[in-house]
Design a protein. Structure first.
Length: 252
């Protein structure tokens, strides 16, 4: 079956809640064991563990700060040392800083760029080595509507997510002929912690909903199908795409 992930190991960063949690659960439901990471992930009992184990799959937890200079490399080393041969990497972890550009601090910029862009590349590079050696791997980045647009008061986030789209295309050019698929999912406006300030603003919320043809905010589970597709053999000839899951936002 082309969507069957039985026997695969998927590493999902930022899996503790929201979109990352939905991605981890979807991959587990398709048969993959999950290596899950997050800044505040509980190593013992946790919601991701419960959801993954409900599908009779294994869950391995790592707590890591991808906003630190060494977090991504240390995670790659730890996973390799624990003999987890990662078949699927979901580079989902991220953060956001909301401020007008004139008051956007250097510290905010550095934190967002390191978490959302630099660490994503480092982790993809380090895990990509063994994928290329084996001639097989699936790498999925979480992009954004701001991979296509400028946004408002989120200059560092927009820069990072625009960079993700470029990384996806560049890695696909290098690795497509070596058995590794590199793609991204671009969620639209989803009901997550990142968009809470927008949903709490009546004018912004109404303006956003007015533009979404589907007429609602996305829910984390809306990314499940796209995640399994890009992680499975169904996408073996799909390289370098940024797949919007946006309720039609970009169609307007």
């Amino acid at each position: 079956m082309i969507f069957d992930l039985t026997g695969k190991i998927a590493l999902v960063t930022g899996c503790r809640r929201g979109i990352g949690l939905a991605m981890a659960e979807a991959l587990a439901a398709a048969g993959a064991d999950i290596v899950g990471t997050s800044l505040n992930l509980e190593v013992g009992d946790s919601e991701p563990r419960r959801r993954v184990e409900a599908h009779a799959r294994r869950f391995h937890a790592y707590r890591v700060d991808l906003g630190s200079e060494t977090g991504a490399a240390e995670l790659a080393d730890a996973v390799a040392a624990d003999c987890h041969q990662v078949d699927i990497l979901v580079n989902n972890a991220g953060t956001i800083a909301r401020a007008p550009a004139l008051s956007h601090t250097d510290e905010q910029w550095e934190r967002v760029i390191r978490t959302n862009l630099t660490s994503q590349f480092v982790l993809g590079r380090e895990l990509g080595r063994s994928m290329i050696d084996r001639g097989y791997g699936k790498i999925i980045f979480t992009a954004s509507m701001l991979s296509f647009q400028g946004g408002i008061n989120v200059v560092s986030y927009t820069a990072a997510k625009s960079g993700i789209a470029g990384i996806v295309r560049a890695l696909a050019n290098e690795w497509a002929g070596r058995g590794v698929n590199v793609n991204a999912i671009a969620p639209g406006y989803f009901a997550t912690d990142n968009t809470q300030p927008l949903r709490d603003d009546p004018k912004r919320s109404a303006a956003i909903l007015d533009r979404i043809p589907a007429g609602r905010w996305g829910e984390p589970q809306d990314v499940a199908g796209a995640t399994v597709f890009l992680a499975s053999s169904a996408s073996d000839y799909v390289h370098g795409i940024v797949l919007p899951v946006d309720g039609g936002w970009l169609a307007r």
